[in-house]
Design a protein around this ligand. Sequence first.
Ligand SMILES: *Cc1c(COP(=O)(O)O)cnc(C)c1O
Length: 396
Amino acid sequence: MDFAGTKSLFHLPSGVIYLDGNSLGPLPKTTMAKLEHVTRHEWGETLITAWNGAGWMSQPSRLGDRIGRLIGAKPGSVVVGDTLSIKVYQALAAAIDLQPDRNVILSEPENFPSDLYMAQGLIGSLDRGLTLKCVTPDKIPNALEQNVAALLLTEVNYRTGRLHNMQELTQMARENGVLTVWDLAHSAGAIPVDVARAGVDFAVGCTYKYLNAGPGAPAFIYVAPKLHDHIRPALSGWLGHQAPFAFDPDYHPGPGIERMRVGTPPVLQMAALEAALDIWDTVDMQDIRARSIVLSELFIEHVERQCPQVNLVSPRDPNQRGSQVSFAVDDAYPVVQALIARGVIGDFRAPDLMRFGFAPLFIDEQDVENAATILADILSSKSWDRPEFKKRAFVT
Ligand SMILES: *Cc1c(COP(=O)(O)O)cnc(C)c1O
């Protein structure tokens, strides 16, 4: 792949090295024209007729199929909508509903908190004697016991980048009668994923991180085709009904993955997602992965050589990592703020982590070397030690 070419597809503010595409991807240059077209011509000129005329209503499954290519899902098994937290809830609710004789949701304490909160909320509302059991990754295989209904894991850990072996854990879960719910928030667009080959039951993920669909862009959900006809949607909204415009007072789930739709799709956000997917349609995920390893290895090498103050907390073996690298450092919060002030955008994760994402579509070797040099300068000069860098903002 021509990565110099893909970099030019993004609007990157001058003087900025953007190592936070794992949290909010940058703006593709075509997105604004796409949004302008959808607002001005479709919404502006054709008003409500655009639901049919401009294909707005079928957009969630069309875009779902395009995301499907990136995660190894067959056409007709991914749909887009809502936020990732909602999609976690939906997938988990569907999984445990299929397992009436099992009462444990298995996860890990370091899973993304919203995923755990959603499990806790679901357990509370079901009042079915379910419990959430969290064990460290090494203990997961032995914890896949008779009473476990679902295994809820995020493939790439949001703090450390540690990568689970999705294929192996999914197989172990299946052998033990446990359904799997994989969160691909830091996988989709970052590493090759093959949900069909791994035999994953449910997968969810977001589009505003590596996929670059913009703040608030909708999430996606995958359900293995063999389960489509058996799942009962917990969030039984009208657009997941088999005939939304029959306005039937009783819910009857729609065909296939359509039943995981809930309500009115976010058309403007989907337009931004569509523009982003025009780039992704041309991407080879094996090439992305190889390049992301080159860049993150280079970053680790430069940082460790120049910054004795930091400790790598991501796995050292690139095959055990996603596309992000985290270092622990004292005073991580002001250090990250000082970096941002110098144009190197990463982020801080409590209590002491600096986190950097490597998205090969728009990051190159020069960016990596420059970022490491600026970090070294900030640490050795202690230029982070200023009151303005210590004021905590809400979003870190
Ligand atoms: C980013 C992220 C989320 C965010 O969920 P939203 O509902 O989109 O805010 C959830 N889970 C994981 C693992 C994430 O990385």
